[in-house]
Design a protein. Structure first.
Length: 115
């Protein structure tokens, strides 16, 4: 069915779409569609992050270490900075939307801004 789609047929469909909905309504519809897709992706991303996130407890057993998200070096729980690479181990906060992201993320999970 889709193999016989020619540029002329696509143009006819686009013209019918413009005539039916109007030139002013199409950008609004596209924007609404984009927002819906963005919200859907955000919801699925948050759900998978909740499922994949390890349970963080306030008290860790003595002698236990955690891995730095950036270089993989082992550090003691509660440490603010990695001893090896010097990067902060606190979760990054987006400067644009103030969303707290998972440590190691390079982009904000809500707005896509580079962290």
């Amino acid at each position: 069915m889709l193999e016989d789609l020619s540029p002329a047929k696509i143009l006819i469909v686009v013209l019918l779409f413009v005539v039916f909905f109007g030139a002013k309504k199409i950008p609004e519809m596209a924007q609404s569609f984009g927002k819906g897709i963005r919200e859907f992706k955000k919801a699925t991303r948050e759900k998978t992050e909740e499922d994949d996130a390890p349970a963080v407890s306030g008290s860790a057993p003595a002698g236990e270490t955690i891995a730095c998200f950036y270089c993989g070096a082992r550090v003691a729980p509660g440490t603010k900075f990695c001893n090896s690479c010097g990067k902060s181990l606190d979760p990054p906060v987006c400067g644009r939307c103030n969303t707290v992201n998972a440590p190691g993320n390079k982009f904000c999970r809500s707005c896509g801004e580079k962290l």
